[in-house]
Write a new protein. Structure first.
Length: 327
C-alpha cells in the first residue's frame, strides 16, 4: 500500500472513523469502529480503539505527512497529542475537538461557528483571521447543559415528578418508561438504580421527547431549553469573534440536530436570526470524517481539486456504509 499523506480520525462518543487519504485526495482506506472519546472511555481505552483501527486500515506501511485527529471530549488535547505523536503515525500530529471537523465539513470558507449536539454539546468558532472561540464543554462543571444525556435525564426527571405529583402531568410519564418496556417512571428508576437498565441508555430518549413535544407542554419545554443552550453557545462564539454583524455561517451537527423532526433546528434558527439577523444557519450534510480529512489536506497545502475529491469519495463511502448497516 502506498503511504498515505493524511491519516484522518473522527473519534465520536458513539463511533469512530479513520481514513487514509492520498495527497491528491484519493480515499485509500476507510474503517469504522467503536466510540473513542477519551472523556467517556479514558485515554488508554480510547487509544486502544484508535490503534486497532489504524492497524485494520493498513496504516503501518509508512509515516504519513500529517495525522489529523478530531475527537469528542478532547478540550485540553496535550495528553492525547503526546500519546499519538509517540506512535509515529505521521511527521506531524494534530489532535483537537471534533467540533472543528464539523465546521470544516460544513463550509469551504474555513471560518464560522459550529455547534455539535450529540451525546453532549459543544461549540467552536473560527474567524476569517484565524482567531478561535471555544468552550471547555466538560459538563456541569463548565456550565454546560445539552446533548442526549441531559435531555434523557430531564425527561425521566419530569416523568418521575409527574408520577408522584411534584410536577405537572406530562405524557412523558408513560412514554419514557414505555421505551424501556416498563410501565412507570418509578420502575425505570429502580431498574437503573439496580443496574438492570444502564443509565447510559437514557441517551436513547431524545427522539421520545421530540415526539411528545408535538402535543405535550413539558416535553416542549425540554426542547425549548435545548434550543436556548445551542443558541447561547453560538451567540457567544459570534460575539467573541466580532462576527455578530457579519454574514457568518452557523453549522449545526450531531445526532440530536440531524435526527430530530425539525422542531429543534427550526427553533435554533429562528432565535439566532432574531439575535444576529445576518447569520445563516444550516445543518451539516457531510459527516465529520470529511472535515478531519479536509483539515489534514489543508495542513499539507493540498489543492482545491484534492479537497473536492476526498469530500466526494468520503461522502460516498460513508453513505454506502450506512446502507450496508441498514441492510
Amino acid at each position: 500500500m502506498t503511504t498515505p499523506a493524511v491519516i484522518a480520525v473522527d473519534g465520536g462518543a458513539s463511533k469512530t472513523h479513520l481514513a487514509l487519504v492520498g495527497r491528491d485526495g484519493e480515499l485509500v482506506e476507510l474503517v469504522r469502529g467503536a466510540e473513542s472519546s477519551p472523556q467517556t472511555l479514558g485515554l488508554e481505552r480510547a487509544l486502544a480503539v484508535l490503534d486497532g483501527l489504524f492497524t485494520k486500515a493498513g496504516g503501518r506501511s509508512g509515516v504519513a505527512e500529517v495525522a489529523q485527529l478530531n475527537m469528542s471530549g478532547v478540550d485540553f488535547p496535550s495528553e492525547e497529542q503526546e500519546a499519538i505523536e509517540a506512535r509515529r503515525w505521521a511527521e506531524r500530529t494534530v489532535v483537537d475537538n471534533d467540533t472543528f471537523a464539523v465546521l470544516r465539513a460544513g463550509t469551504e470558507r474555513g471560518w464560522g461557528v459550529a455547534v455539535v449536539c450529540g451525546s453532549g454539546i459543544n461549540c467552536v468558532g473560527v474567524s476569517a483571521d484565524g482567531r478561535h472561540a471555544r468552550f471547555p464543554a466538560l459538563g456541569q462543571i463548565t456550565g454546560d447543559w445539552g446533548g442526549g444525556s441531559d435531555v434523557g435525564y430531564a425527561a425521566l426527571f419530569a416523568a418521575a415528578r409527574a408520577e408522584d405529583g411534584r410536577g405537572p402531568r406530562t405524557t412523558l410519564e408513560r412514554a419514557v418508561p414505555e421505551h424501556f418496556g416498563l410501565e412507570t417512571p418509578n420502575e425505570l428508576a429502580e431498574a437503573i438504580h439496580r443496574g438492570r437498565v444502564p443509565a447510559r441508555r437514557l441517551l436513547e430518549l431524545p427522539p421520545v421527547v421530540f415526539a411528545e413535544a408535538e402535543h405535550d407542554a413539558t416535553a416542549a419545554k425540554i426542547v425549548e431549553r435545548l434550543a436556548s443552550e445551542i443558541v447561547a453557545m453560538a451567540r457567544v462564539a459570534l460575539e467573541r469573534l466580532d462576527l455578530a454583524d457579519e454574514p457568518a455561517e452557523v453549522l449545526l451537527g450531531g445526532g440530536l440536530l440531524q435526527s430530530g423532526d425539525g422542531r429543534l433546528s427550526s427553533a435554533v434558527e429562528a432565535e439566532l436570526r432574531r439575535l444576529v439577523p445576518k447569520v445563516s444557519v444550516a445543518a451539516t450534510s457531510s459527516p465529520p470524517i470529511v472535515g478531519a480529512a479536509l483539515l489534514g489536506l489543508d495542513a499539507i497545502g493540498a489543492p482545491a481539486e484534492a479537497q473536492r475529491r476526498v469530500r466526494a469519495e468520503l461522502e460516498t463511502a460513508v453513505e454506502a456504509e450506512r446502507g450496508g448497516s441498514d441492510g
